[in-house]
Every structure is written in C-alpha cells, then in structure tokens.
Design a protein around this ligand. Structure first.
Ligand code: C2E
Ligand code: MG
Ligand code: MG
Ligand code: MG
Length: 288
C-alpha cells in the first residue's frame, strides 16, 4: 500500500508493520523497568556429561515475567533489548544473579552465562565481569561465558583483547550456536575458546537428516582436533542422545535431560566417597 505524505513524497504504510513497531516500542519501554519491578529472573538448565550423566554445570537463561503476558520468551525480547541497549543492564543482572546463586550451590559446578554481542561494545566489559566475580566471590574458573560468532564481527581487536583477558583470569569461553551463521574455523582457532556448543537446530533433526548428523560429526571432530570439548544442546529424545554420544560428544543439554528451572536440580549423592550431582530422574537411562 502506497500513501502520499502530503508533501509529494511517497511512503509505504502497512498496518501490520505499524502494529509490530508499536509492539516493539512497548516492549522496549517495559524492559527498562523490568529489573526494578522484579520481573526478571534466571532459570537454570543442567549440562551433563554425555557418558556418565553427571551434571557438570548449569546454563543461566533469562526469563521475563511480563505483566499481562506471562512468561515471555527470550527469543522475543532479547533482540529488542539488544537494539535498545537495555541488554547491557539485563545481561549484567543475570550474570550477577547467576554468580551469586552458584556460590551457594553445594558443589562447585560450572555456571554458564550468555553474553550478547552488544555487551562487547562496552569499553569496560572485562572490568565489569571482574567486579561481579570479586563481589560475589565466584571462582573465575567456574564461570563459562557463552558467546556467538556475531560478537566477533565488529571490532575484532577489542573483542580479542577482552576475551584474552577473561581467559587469563580463568574464565572459560564457549562458542555458542556453532554451525549456523559463519561457522568460521579461523574464529575457533584465533579466539581463546575452550568449548563448542552445537546449535540445537541440528540436534532436532538428527534422527532423520543424515546431513545434520554429518555436520555434528564434523564439529565434534573439529573440537577434538583443536582440543575443545563439544556440547550438544537441544537434546530431546533418547535417540538423539545416543547419536551424539556415538559421535563423541562430551556433554549434553536438553529437555530430555533437564528443563530450565528456577531451582537447579542438584541432588547430592555419595559415590565412592566422592560427592556428585545427579538429576533425580533420567540418570539411570543415561547409563547404557
Ligand atoms: P541459547 O544460549 O542457545 O540457549 C539454549 C536455548 O535452548 C534456551 O532457550 C533453552 O531453553 C532452549 N532449550 C533447552 N533445551 C531444549 C530442548 O531440548 N529443545 C528445544 N527446542 N530448546 C531447548 P531460551 O531460554 O528460550 O533462550 C533462547 C536464547 O536467548 C538463548 O539461546 C540465548 O541466545 C538467549 N538468552 C537467554 N538468556 C540470555 C541472557 O541472559 N543473555 C543473553 N544475552 N542472551 C540470553
Ligand atoms: Mg547459550
Ligand atoms: Mg545455544
Ligand atoms: Mg541460541
């Protein structure tokens, strides 16, 4: 639909687009007060050893309880928060909260937190993370920062400096959602990554799609040759778990093994005098 704006210019007008834009602006403005209004919380999803089923850590996932809408998916609001910049505040809140909670866990498990590419535009990201670690008392070696390749595009030198500094502190750097996007091999080699996460879009089709399985195999092989363990996320079925274990995947994460939850599902069990964390259900099915 073409409309004249009265000054001789033509502009495109679409009621749907207008509605979507208004909706985004609305979310944007609500997000600015979401933390102070206690609408944001962190959900924890376990990441397990692929063979033993032992929990190695948890991924912190942001949740927004939006008034009038209920629990709102990150996929809807994170891109808006990134555009408006409020992801900086939200992301730091999640990091701080996750570190605070992880310090109180009965076992020194890993805590994985997602970092937005927008957070890398801060000149002092590293200092801010260091401050949160110092303030919460979390050992840097227990923190995993998950970043996607999108963070590596702009200002590579600065991102490199930041990641090297974090890595030197002992923080682990994880390449998230690998296999989609650029999937650059040189990025994996040049930046100080410690671990690779296979994007869940491959996991979902593993049973029926030989191509997806080949890609997962290739990523795991790549990880091995670069000395990086590979995690598969989005594992929903026993068959998918079997396939990725067969392919040599080190860790698994997904609804089959544990859903994101406000309370991490840590249960202590005495195993040959060693304390291990296990999921209450599902662990026996992991032992083949
Ligand atoms: P991600 O980092 O790749 O996180 C994994 C996503 O997969 C989570 O979605 C998780 O709930 C979902 N998931 C877990 N198991 C399964 C499964 O078996 N099947 C399927 N289909 N999905 C599964 P979630 O929590 O909706 O988050 C979506 C994305 O939003 C995340 O993807 C991450 O990119 C972003 N995100 C979440 N929390 C934060 C945060 O605190 N900061 C930033 N910057 N991004 C975040
Ligand atoms: Mg992630
Ligand atoms: Mg991911
Ligand atoms: Mg993702």
């Amino acid at each position: 639909r073409v409309k004249h704006d009265g000054r001789g210019k033509i502009c495109f007008f679409d009621a749907e687009m207008d509605k979507a834009a208004r909706n985004r602006r609305q979310i944007e403005s609500e997000l600015r007060h979401a933390i102070i209004r206690n609408q944001i919380h962190v959900s924890y999803q376990p990441i397990l050893d692929a063979l033993s089923g032992e929990i190695g850590g948890y991924e912190a996932l942001m949740r927004w309880n939006r008034p009038g809408h209920g629990l709102t998916e990150p996929d809807i609001f994170i891109s808006i928060a990134e555009e408006s910049g409020s992801i900086v505040q939200l992301g730091e809140w999640v990091l701080q909260q996750a570190c605070r909670e992880a310090v109180r866990w009965p076992l020194p498990l890993m805590i994985a937190v997602n970092l937005s590419p927008v957070q890398f535009m801060l000149p002092n990201l590293c200092e801010r993370i260091e401050a949160i670690l110092a303030e919460t008392g979390l050992a840097p070696s227990r923190l995993e920062l998950e970043i996607t390749e999108a963070a590596l595009i702009r200002d590579r030198d600065r991102v490199m400096t930041t990641l090297l500094r974090l890595h030197k502190l002992g923080v682990h750097i994880v390449m998230d959602d690998f296999g989609t996007g650029f999937s650059s091999l040189s990025n994996l080699r040049s930046f100080p990554f410690d671990k690779i996460k296979v994007d869940r879009s491959f996991t979902g089709v593993l049973e029926h799609d030989a191509g997806a399985r080949s890609i997962v195999r290739a990523i795991i092989g790549l990880g091995h040759s670069l000395g990086m363990p590979v995690v598969t996320e989005g594992v929903e079925t026993e068959m998918q778990r079997r396939i990725v274990v067969e392919e040599g995947c080190a860790q698994v994460q997904g609804l089959l093994l544990g859903k994101p939850d406000i309370e991490p599902s840590i249960k202590l069990a005495a195993h040959e005098n060693v304390l291990t964390a296990q999921i209450e259900t599902g662990v026996s099915s992991l032992r083949r």
